[in-house]
Design a protein. Structure first.
Length: 157
């Protein structure tokens, strides 16, 4: 997992597929888009524009993905995200859903908290459990963009 601010991208430090995702984020006016899915490179790289409400941590389970990594970008609002390394020893809450590329865990140990503010992004790899859109004090509306990047795109970088 790594994070940064969209205004401070040094391109040669990221694999090509992640640069593609970050460039899409940097060059798209998300105020003009409806919530939904937008292809960047077909099903290999695509964006999900999400309008959500932050909620209490207890309402979300940690998740991981196996085929895609997430580039999560906060367009407006703020959220707390919890992150931990997936060591493969957590109790599974919901088995892996191949179609949605998601596996949910029950509670996990050693979660680290990050605050995602407007302009900030975080990249989560399959070994990173993450729990998103939690409130910081009280529920609020957020607009978040999640760019899904197929792991096969990284292998071609």
């Amino acid at each position: 997992m790594f994070s940064g601010h969209i205004s401070n991208i040094i391109s040669n430090r990221y694999p090509r597929a992640i640069r593609e995702a970050l460039n899409y984020i940097k060059n798209t006016d998300f105020d003009k888009l409806e919530a939904g899915r937008y292809p960047i490179k077909g099903d290999l790289i695509y964006a999900q524009v999400l309008d959500l409400e932050t909620k209490d941590k207890s309402l979300f389970q940690p998740e991981v993905h196996r085929k895609y990594l997430d580039v999560q970008y906060m367009h407006s609002g703020q959220e707390i995200m919890l992150v931990a390394t997936d060591l493969g020893n957590h109790k599974i809450a919901q088995d892996y859903d191949d179609e949605r590329d998601i596996l949910f865990y029950d509670e996990i140990e050693n979660e680290n908290q990050i605050l995602l503010l407007p302009g900030r992004f975080a990249v989560f790899f399959p070994e990173d459990t993450h729990r998103s859109h939690q409130f910081d004090g009280k529920p609020s509306r957020i607009r978040k963009i999640v760019v899904k990047v197929a792991l096969s795109e990284l292998e071609q970088a």
